[in-house]
Write a protein that binds this ligand. Structure first.
Ligand code: ADP
Ligand code: MG
Ligand code: MG
Ligand code: MG
Length: 673
C-alpha cells in the first residue's frame, strides 16, 4: 500500500457517480504509463518482501492475549522525523499502515539487489531488524508484533486491548468493533462502501472442523440484536449451517501475509514471469498454510485466502448469481442507470488471477512481428467477464502496446467500481497522476499483480521503478527464518525464469490453476492432495499431470522439482554449490531444507502445528472451540518460537531436529546493526 491520500473520502452514494470518470481517466493514465515506459530495458532485478505483523498484547496475570488497538501511533513515529524514524532508516526498514489498527507492515526501505548473493543473505537480517525497530517503537514488553496469519480469537468476546464494542456503523458487524479498523478515513469508508455497494453485509462461511462434540451451527451469532437492519441477515440465510459465519471486512483484511515484488528487465519478461509464477501461487499458498482458526473455531481448512476473498466481496446478488437476502435487493446499491449493464461476475475482486498475460518475445530479426514463445490463447480457458469498452480502447491503442491477453487482463480489472474516491482528487492530470489507475488496480487483490511503472519511468530514468510483478498468495510464517526462506525462494525462482524464458515452460490451462487454488485451501493439502502441474517444465508441450507437493518441490520420478531448479540457478548464476558446510551460503541451504521438509511432510506446516497444539491441549473439549487459555498459550508459544526458544522442545516439534539444532546454533541476534 502506498502513501495514504489525504482528503475527504466519498460515501458510496456519492462515490458511485464517479465510477465511470475514474475508470475513464484511470485508463488514460495507464495508456500514458505504457507510452512512457514501454521501451524500458535492462532494468536490474531488484526485489523486496512485505511482512505483516499483528500486535498482540499479553497479560501474564490474567492469561490473555488480545490484539492491541491503541499503539497505531507508532506508524507515525516511524514515518515522520524523529528518533524512531531515524532508527528505521538506519536499519533500512520502512513501515506501512495496514487495514487493522492492530497491524503494521514492514518492507526493506531500499529494495534488494537480486544479482548480489549477499543480498539474499541479508533479507533475514533486515526482517530481524524490522522486528527490533517495531518492538522499540512499541516500547512495551507485553506487546509483540507477531507474524501470525490470523488472530485466533478475532471477533470473540473482549478480544481487543483496550476494550471495544461491536456496534460501529462502518462495518455494522455483529462481532468486530469499528475500533479495530485503521483510523485513517480511507479504511472505514472502504468497509462501509463495500457493504453498501453489495447491499448486504459481506457473508463469509468457512467450513467448521467437525470434531466429536462440534455444534451443528456457529453458536456465537447474536440472534436478536436489533441495532442495525443488517443484524437479521444471519437468520435470513447469510449464515450457513456447519460453517463459521464472518460478517465483516476485518476478518479477512485483518489477516497477515507475505508478499514479494520483483522488477523485470523489461515488460515482456515481466509478462513471462507473471505467467510462470501463476501456478506457483496456489502451490505456495498450500505450503505456507498458517490459518486454521477463525473467530475462535477450528476451521476445516488451513488458509486465509477465501476469508479475505469474501471479506471484500462487493458484488451485488445479481452479479454473484444468487438470490438476495431481502426481496427486491438483487442490484444492491448500484446506480439506477447502471442496472442495464450489469453482468454476472463469478469471482470476488480478491481472488486468483483469471488469465495469463502471454510471454511475448520480440525478435531481433528485422520486420519480424513479436510472437509468443510458449503461450497460446487456449490456455486462457476461463473467460472472465471484461469491460468491453476498455478492451476495445486498449486493442485500438495507436502505439500497439496492448495485444489481446494484455488488453484482456486490464479489461477484466476494469469491470470493478472504485471503492474509495477522495473528493480532492477527482480531477487529475493524466500525464502525471496515477491515482485513478491505482484506485482500480490496487483494489483488484489477486494472487499476482502486474505492476506497471509510472509516467515518469521513461527508459533513461532508472531512478523510477520499472515493470514489476508481485507474488501475493503466501501466508505469513512465525519466524523471520521461514519468511526469508520463502521470499528468497520466490525471488530466486523468479530470476531463474527471467534468465531462461526460452527454456522454462510452466504453462498449464488456467482453469487447472483455479482448481489448485481450491485444493490449497484444504486441511493438510500438502500431505493429502495432488496438484495440477506441468509434466515436463523443460519441454515445449503442454502436458500436465497431478503431483504431490513432495514431487513438485523435491522432485520425483517424472519431475525434477522446484528446488532443483533453484539449485541449478544458484550454480549457473552465482557459481554456488549449495551445501551445509559452505560457511558463507549455508543459510540458503537451510532455507531450501525448510521448504523441502515442509513439502515432504517431514515437518508440519504452520497450520498443522497450530491445529495439533489446539486439539492436544488439555482445555480443548473436542468441540472445535478455542478458549482464552488455549489462545494465550498458543500465542505465547508462537512468540517463543519467533525468538527460536526451545522451551518444552517446541522448536524441535515445529522445525524438526536438524533445522532446530541449526537455528539454535545460528541465531540472528536481535540488536541494532
Ligand atoms: P504494495 O503494498 O503496493 O505491494 P509496498 O511498497 O508495500 O507496495 O511493497 C513493495 C515492495 O517492492 C517492497 O518490498 C519494496 O522493497 C519493493 N520494491 C521497491 N522498489 C522496487 C523495484 N524497483 N523493484 C522491485 N521491487 C521494488
Ligand atoms: Mg505493501
Ligand atoms: Mg500489506
Ligand atoms: Mg504488496
Amino acid at each position: 500500500m502506498g502513501l495514504l491520500s489525504l482528503g475527504t473520502p466519498l460515501p458510496w452514494e456519492e462515490s458511485r457517480q464517479y465510477s465511470e470518470h475514474i475508470r475513464k481517466n484511470g485508463l488514460a493514465q495507464l495508456i500514458n504509463m505504457f507510452n512512457a515506459a514501454y521501451n524500458r530495458s535492462d532494468d536490474k532485478y531488484l526485489w523486496g518482501d512485505e511482512v505483516e505483523y499483528i500486535l498482540v498484547q499479553f497479560n501474564e496475570k490474567l492469561k490473555t492475549a488480545k490484539i492491541n488497538i491503541d499503539k497505531d501511533y507508532i506508524l507515525e513515529d516511524l514515518n515522520k522525523s524523529g528518533e524512531m524514524f531515524e532508527l528505521a532508516k538506519l536499519n533500512n526498514a520502512n513501515f506501512h499502515p495496514e487495514y487493522g489498527r492492530f497491524m503494521i507492515e514492514a518492507t526493506p526501505l531500499k529494495p534488494y539487489d537480486g544479482d548480489s548473493i549477499d543480498d539474499y543473505l541479508y533479507v533475514e537480517k533486515n526482517m530481524n531488524m524490522r522486528r527490533v525497530v517495531a518492538e522499540r517503537a512499541l516500547n512495551d514488553s507485553n506487546i509483540k508484533p507477531l507474524t501470525i496469519t490470523s488472530y485466533p480469537l478475532m471477533g470473540v468476546g473482549n478480544f481487543t486491548e483496550p476494550k471495544s464494542e461491536p456496534n460501529g456503523n462502518a462495518s455494522r458487524s455483529l462481532f468486530l468493533p469499528d475500533e479495530i479498523i485503521n483510523r485513517h478515513v480511507r479504511f472505514p469508508t472502504l468497509t462501509a462502501n463495500i457493504r453498501k455497494r453489495r447491499g448486504e453485509k459481506v457473508a463469509i462461511n468457512i467450513p467448521m472442523f467437525q470434531d466429536k462434540f462440534t455444534s451443528k451451527n456457529d453458536e456465537s451469532i447474536p440472534l436478536n440484536r436489533g441495532l442495525f437492519p443488517e443484524d437479521e441477515e444471519p437468520s435470513l440465510g447469510a449464515a450457513k449451517p456447519g460453517h463459521i459465519y464472518l460478517d465483516s471486512m476485518g476478518f479477512g483484511m485483518g489477516c497477515s501475509c507475505l508478499q514479494v515484488t520483483v522488477q523485470a528487465p523489461n515488460i515482456n519478461k515481466a509478462r513471462y514471469l507473471y505467467d510462470s509464477w501463476a501456478n506457483l501461487a496456489p502451490i505456495f499458498l498450500s505450503l505456507t498454510a498458517a490459518a486454521p482458526i477463525f473467530k475462535g473455531y477450528l476451521a476445516d481448512q488451513d488458509v486465509r485466502w477465501n476469508v479475505i476473498s469474501g471479506a471484500v466481496d462487493d458484488r451485488t446478488p445479481i452479479e454473484r448469481g444468487v438470490e438476495p437476502l431481502r426481496k427486491g435487493h438483487e442490484y444492491g446499491n448500484i446506480r439506477e442507470d447502471h442496472k442495464d449493464h450489469v453482468q454476472r461476475i463469478p469471482k470476488s475482486r480478491y481472488d486468483s488471477i483469471d488469465s495469463y498475460l502471454g510471454d511475448l518475445q520480440t525478435s531481433n530479426e528485422q520486420n519480424q512481428e513479436p510472437s509468443y514463445r510458449f503461450f497460446k490463447e487456449s490456455l486462457n480457458d476461463i473467460s472472465p467477464p471484461i469491460n468491453d469498452l476498455v478492451l476495445k480502447l486498449l486493442l485500438n491503442d495507436p502505439n500497439k502496446h496492448f495485444d489481446k491477453p494484455l488488453a484482456s487482463h486490464f479489461a477484466h480489472l476494469y469491470i470493478r467500481d472504485p471503492l474509495v474516491i477522495f473528493n480532492e482528487r477527482i480531477n487529475q492530470n493524466n500525464e502525471q497522476d496515477t491515482d485513478h489507475f491505482e484506485n482500480i488496480q490496487s483494489t483488484n487483490w489477486q494472487t499476482l499483480r502486474f505492476k506497471p511503472p509510472t509516467q515518469a519511468a521513461t527508459p533513461d530514468n532508472k531512478s523510477i521503478p520499472g515493470w514489476r510483478v508481485e507474488f501475493r498468495s503466501m501466508e505469513i510464517q512465525i519466524t523471520d527464518f521461514e519468511n526469508a526462506a520463502f521470499s528468497t525462494f520466490i525471488a530466486l525462482i523468479g530470476q531463474a525464469f527471467i534468465h531462461h524464458p526460452d527454456v522454462l515452460n510452466f504453462y498449464i490451462p488456467i482453469s487447472k490453476i483455479e482448481e489448485n487454488m481450491k485444493l490449497a485451501h484444504k486441511r493438510d493439502s500438502v500431505l493429502n492432495d495432488k496438484f495440477f502441474f506441468k509434466k515436463n517444465v523443460l519441454d515445449d508441450g503442454y502436458e500436465f499431470g497431478e503431483f504431490t507437493m513432495d514431487e513438485i518441490i523435491n522432485g520425483g520420478e517424472n519431475f525434477i522439482g522446484l528446488i532443483a531448479i533453484v539449485k541449478t540457478h544458484l550454480k549457473n548464476n552465482f557459481n554456488i554449490d549449495l551445501t551445509k558446510d559452505d560457511p558463507e551460503h549455508s543459510r540458503l541451504y537451510y532455507y531450501l531444507l525448510l521448504i523441502s521438509k515442509r513439502a515432504s511432510g517431514e515437518i508440519p506446516t504452520t497450520a498443522n502445528f497450530i491445529r495439533s497444539f489446539v486439539t492436544k491441549h488439555k482445555e480443548y473439549k473436542q468441540d472445535s472451540k478455542i478458549n482464552d487459555i488455549i489462545n494465550y498459550e498458543l500465542l505465547e508459544k508462537i512468540n517463543r518460537i519467533s525468538n527460536y526458544q526451545n522451551e518444552n522442545n517446541e522448536l524441535v516439534e515445529f522445525f524438526g531436529e536438524e533445522l532446530s539444532t541449526y537455528l539454535i546454533g545460528n541465531k540472528l541476534v536481535r540488536e541494532q546493526y
